[in-house]
Write a protein that binds this ligand. Sequence first.
Ligand SMILES: [Zn+2]
Length: 150
Amino acid sequence: MSKIQKMPNGCWMWTGCTSKAKTPYGIISLGSKKLGTDYVHRVSYKLFNGNIPDKLEIRHTCHNSLCINPEHLIVGTKKDNQIDKIKADRHCKFLKGNEELAPIIMDLYERGMKVTHIAGELNMQYQTVSKIINTVKNRKKMGKNPFARV
Ligand SMILES: [Zn+2]
């Protein structure tokens, strides 16, 4: 673990190999060809916090995909991760429109989450969330694609 740069905010930034995705993650070789590679943040979590339950992913509480500080890593579902990503994207103002958000908002809403909670969770205006939910509901009623551009 020498390819780490400790940041003043507590993040341990990985300076070794990374994945080539839009959101890069650190990659580490597991020591043999057979074992291949794994994401460094997953390895770090396993080393310090124990095994990762099946089907769960590792989330960054600091939204820093290259951070491998085990104190900034928590397990979550794929859905949690999508929400994290959207929050980070919104923060960076990369996200245009709400097309990506609508299915997630509806999923949370249909699972019984209150509109105020969804808005808070996604850092959005109450009116915007409520408008998206109503639009999707109306489109479903009319048999249209509910998740076309909202
Ligand atoms: Zn961090």
